[in-house]
Design a protein around this ligand. Sequence first.
Ligand code: GTP
Ligand code: MG
Length: 291
Amino acid sequence: MLKTLGLKIKELFRGNNLGKEFYEELEDLLIEGDVGANTAFRLVEGLREEVKKQGLRSREEALRVFKQQILSLLPSASLPLRRDTLNVFLILGVNGVGKTTTIAKLAYYYRMAEGVKGIVFAAADTFRAGAIAQIDTLADRLQVRVVKQLPGSDPGAVIYDALESAKARGETLLLADTAGRMHNRTNLVRELQKIDKVITGRIDGGTYHKILILDAVTGQNGLQQARIFHEAVKIDSIILTKWDGTAKGGIILAIGGELGIPISFLGVGEKVTDLKPFDPANFVENLLEGL
Ligand SMILES: Nc1nc2c(ncn2[C@@H]2O[C@H](COP(=O)(O)OP(=O)(O)OP(=O)(O)O)[C@@H](O)[C@H]2O)c(=O)[nH]1
Ligand SMILES: [Mg+2]
């Protein structure tokens, strides 16, 4: 088992002095752990200044400051639903990150943990062969209504249908799947902007969140993906999947530090139950317990 970033940080802070080597080691650890050079530098410099300002002597005292710094990087995260109107979650992300699986997990979570009825899926990944059948199977298993058309049809039209029928039926949560791949990036961006316009134009006072799914294992690469999607449609929230498959985890700090986009959930496995709400305060406390 790889040592997690949290465990390594914890070990480092167990040492004695607060000399130059300590800060260098901390910066290296953070960069190796996917925090990214910019955020790592900012964190370490911020810590150095604060330690000096407060006249701290031990790493134990410095740890307290470091935790606060991390916490201040992480925007508040939850995605509460309004019960008196329709809530639309548009699920975005490149292929294979876990979009469709996460839709099933979200349906399960909101039904079980928050007692939400009236959940509907929009099968708007009409691009990949098999995508409609995949979400159909999940919907069937979860007993969720699904709005679909034929493969190759216009994703905007699928979402339009889903939105209008959900409003007419008084449903609470619409989860829209999208394709992670198009013929090229320009097409993908244009498609997403079209879908976004359809929802914005028909939401009628309901809530609308654009949620980007990122695979935690891809590290800094994920950050680049996030920038592209954020530029195209402005992302409201990120769900990090495959958290169970990485010992790094610094990507969470990079997302906070570089993009300032809140993380709402972590995917921690392949099962429908493997979705955990992300709580920044809890994360910062637990980070140094090795998660
Ligand atoms: N270990 C682990 N596997 C996950 C997690 N989330 C998704 N997966 C797996 O990742 C694979 C891809 O998941 P999908 O939900 O099909 O991904 P997608 O983004 O919809 O993919 P495309 O439709 O091809 O763009 C599947 O094998 C999932 O079981 C997670 O949190 N942990
Ligand atoms: Mg999919």
